[in-house]
Structure formats: structure tokens, C-alpha cells
Design a protein around this ligand. Structure first.
Ligand code: GAR
Length: 203
């Protein structure tokens, strides 16, 4: 069966990457195949997860390339070389410019650990979003998977899942609950949805 080539961009621990790898193994992702993982951090544990799963990896460092443009051009050439059909940002902590997002229009998805449009945009990433949600006192948070355009966290929403905030939650406890109950579920489901759409458009 024809499958879409999936590239996953990471920066850290890679638990969302792991959820994608597991979903491909279990058949939840059946219309795509992860054939490349790119990190913008040399020491990201996500790279180990990719290697353990036999997936090609590449590290692209902005500090070595000197500019955002050179960094994005390096990403684009690696993705084009891998014949990437869909890019999944899974804990990728770098904002991409219109130069990049236009090159892969409607082909980039991102997981964000809140219910967009709350606690999102520039500066809202990782634990910071959960600190902000708890400081605000919201009683429900969750995760969102959306298409990526030039506006940070501004593209069309694909899936969302709400998660309850409990008395005594710390940012770390909330982060873990949102990952387990929402991110690791809706990211693979959204990835399959977009991959199957790509395959359908081709046939
Ligand atoms: C995840 O919670 C992801 O949603 C978040 O960073 C974490 C990465 O964890 N992403 C953002 O905040 C992007 N704005 P992981 O490396 O274990 O998947």
C-alpha cells in the first residue's frame, strides 16, 4: 500500500515521537511511515528513540549555520531529499518562518499542550504553558493538533482534547496528565488523518 513519508521534528525528550512510533507499529498510523527524525538539539533524547526504532536521524543546529534562513534551508533540503509528504512538529522548540511554512503548505502539523487559542503563540512552550494555565486558574486545559502556518500556533485546528485540572496540580503533574490523556492520543490520530488525506489526493 502507498504510504506518505512522515518526518518528525524534535528538540527534547521525544515522548510524542514515541507515541507516533508506537502508533505506526500498532497500525493506528497505517497511511504513513516515519522515515526521518530531525532534531535542532544535539543531545535530544528523541534521537535515541528514533535510532532504537531504526529511523534515520539528522541534527541541524542553528548555532552552526549562523542564521534562521540557513537553518531553514538546511531543514528544507533534508526534508526534500527524504521525499517528505508530512512534517510533524513533536516538541520542536523553534519558530519557523513563512519561507519554511510556505514551502510545505498544509503539510506541517504541530502538537500544542493547551486548548488553542488559550496559552499559545510566541513564548508559550513546554512547561511555561502549564505554569500560565495554573496561574490563571483555568479548570480545564488539554491539547491541540493544528496545521502550521507563519503565525505561531495560528493554523487551522485538526483535533483537540480537553483534560481536567485537579486541585493541587503542579505544572509537571499537569504536563504529564495532558501528555498521557491528550497529546499521545490526538497526535497519532491527526497524523493518520492527514496522511490518509494525502494518499487519497494522490490516487
Ligand atoms: C510536549 O508537551 C509538546 O506538546 C510541547 O512540548 C512537549 C514536548 O515533549 N510542545 C510545545 O510546547 C510547542 N509549543 P516531548 O519531547 O516529550 O514530546
Amino acid at each position: 500500500m502507498l504510504k506518505a513519508n512522515i518526518a518528525v521534528l524534535v528538540s527534547g525528550g521525544g515522548t510524542n515521537l514515541q507515541a507516533l512510533i508506537d502508533a505506526e507499529k500498532s497500525g493506528i498510523i497505517k497511511s504513513g511511515k516515519i522515515n526521518l527524525v530531525i532534531s535542532n538539539k544535539a543531545d535530544a533524547y528523541a534521537l535515541e528513540r528514533a535510532k532504537n526504532a531504526g529511523i534515520s536521524t539528522k541534527t541541524v543546529l542553528k548555532s552552526e549555520l549562523g542564521s534562521q534562513e540557513a537553518f531553514e534551508n538546511e531543514l528544507i533540503s533534508a526534508l526534500d531529499e527524504a521525499k517528505t509528504d508530512i512534517i510533524v512538529l513533536a516538541g520542536f522548540m523553534s519558530i519557523l518562518s513563512a519561507n519554511f511554512t510556505n514551502h510545505f503548505k498544509d503539510r506541517i502539523i504541530n502538537v500544542h499542550p493547551t486548548l488553542i487559542p488559550s496559552f499559545c503563540g510566541k513564548g508559550f512552550y513546554g512547561l511555561k504553558v502549564h505554569e500560565a494555565a495554573l496561574a490563571y486558574g483555568v479548570k480545564v486545559s488539554g491539547a491541540t493538533v493544528h496545521f502550521v502556518n507563519e503565525i505561531p500556533d495560528g493554523g487551522k485546528i485538526i483535533m483537540q482534547k480537553a483534560v481536567e485540572i485537579l486541585e493541587g496540580d503542579t505544572p509537571e503533574v499537569l504536563q504529564k496528565r495532558i501528555m498521557e490523556e491528550a497529546e499521545w492520543k490526538i497526535l497519532p490520530l491527526s497524523c493518520e488523518k492527514v496522511c490518509s488525506q494525502i494518499i487519497k489526493e494522490r490516487s
